[in-house]
Design a protein around this ligand. Structure first.
Ligand SMILES: NC(=O)c1ccc[n+]([C@@H]2O[C@H](COP(=O)([O-])OP(=O)(O)OC[C@H]3O[C@@H](n4cnc5c(N)ncnc54)[C@H](O)[C@@H]3O)[C@@H](O)[C@H]2O)c1
Length: 303
């Protein structure tokens, strides 16, 4: 799939999934703005893309502030004349259980993920609306935000908020033909390689050079960075012009459409519900089949 003439910004693209997205978009013919905290990683990514025949420029800056968001859009416009695609990928983890999480842990994660997505998307939306030719906002969510995850108060809140913003902005930007989707990736990166369930199998695959086994790639939906890039190129393309307001999972051999929160069971009582009425109705009525929560443990085979 080709993206001729398109201009894309990928935040946090000095390594990991973001670097994979930047490489893939450039290989498809888009001009890419590489961004990261780390100036050396930005320079290396730009060099690599250019040496491979692609077009890229870099901006080393910390996503979160309005200033960085504006600089990113200015960089795209100054270097390539326009902006068509924004991928809000930059992110960090500060995992701790609720009773140990500090204000700094909470604020740092919210700032990069939630505020960074907001500030960058707002700056991109202003530019894309001025251009009047539509556009693509591709936000990065997570299974933790969709389902909750142990130790990830800050991250789950930020990622759930990002999925909520995607649905809201899909409504607000539809008239401008700017699509807004959340991707829910799972891939072996610095961020995931220490997860206890995956660490041994990832280390083994790295050691042997063998592909990850099917229970990892299919059942757990965890694969390489490259497994996650096809979805980004597709969403950036004209083929995805009608797809908006969706949360789309990708990882390993899996591609999935996530459901949005919706009422599952409903009951009515004339004049409203008292506490006693809810208590007697709950076990066999509205609450008869409670929802599950948390990311299911990967179904590792018996060894
Ligand atoms: N790896 C997974 O399985 C997975 C799963 C769900 C969601 N995600 C999300 O995908 C995105 C990328 O994850 P990854 O696994 O590649 O992580 P990673 O840690 O390998 O890469 C993240 C990159 O973002 C950069 N970064 C961090 N804070 C930044 C900031 N304020 N400004 C600019 N750059 C910043 C880092 O320097 C790093 O290069 C994140 O948003 C993450 O939450 C990843």
């Amino acid at each position: 799939m080709k993206l001729p003439g398109k201009v894309a910004i990928v935040t946090g693209s000095g390594r990991g999934l973001g670097l994979g997205y930047a490489r893939a978009l450039a290989a498809a013919g888009a001009a890419v703005v590489v961004n990261d905290l780390d100036p050396a990683a930005v320079d290396a990514a730009v060099d690599e893309i250019v040496k491979a025949g692609g077009t890229a420029t870099g901006l080393a800056a910390e996503v979160g502030s309005t200033q960085t968001a504006d600089q990113l859009v200015e960089t795209a416009v100054r270097a390539f004349g326009r902006l068509d695609v924004l991928i809000t990928n930059a992110g960090i983890l500060r995992d701790r259980v609720l009773w140990r999480m500090t204000d700094d842990d909470f604020d740092a994660v919210i700032r990069v993920h939630l505020r960074g997505t907001f500030t960058c998307a707002r700056a991109a939306a202003v530019r894309m609306r001025e251009q009047g030719e539509g556009g693509r906002l591709i936000l990065v969510a997570s299974p933790a935000g969709q389902r909750g995850n142990f130790g990830q108060t800050n991250y789950a809140a930020a990622k759930a908020g990002i999925a909520a913003m995607a649905r809201t902005w899909a409504m607000e930007l539809a008239r401008a033909r700017i699509t807004v989707n959340a991707v829910v990736p799972v891939a072996a990166t610095e961020m995931t390689r220490t997860i206890p369930a995956f660490a041994p199998v990832l280390a083994e695959a790295e050691r042997t050079g063998e592909p990850l086994p099917p229970w990892v790639r299919r059942d757990a939906g965890l694969g390489t960075v490259d497994d996650a890039t096809g979805l980004i190129t597709f969403l950036a393309s004209d083929a995805a012009a009608e797809i908006t307001g969706q949360a789309i999972g990708v990882g390993g051999d899996r591609l999935a459409l996530w459901s949005h929160p919706a009422e599952k069971t409903v009951a009515f009582a004339d004049g409203g519900w008292t506490a006693d009425e809810i208590a007697s109705q709950w076990p066999t009525g509205v609450g008869a089949e409670p929802e599950t929560y948390g990311i299911p443990a990967p179904p590792a085979p018996e060894s």
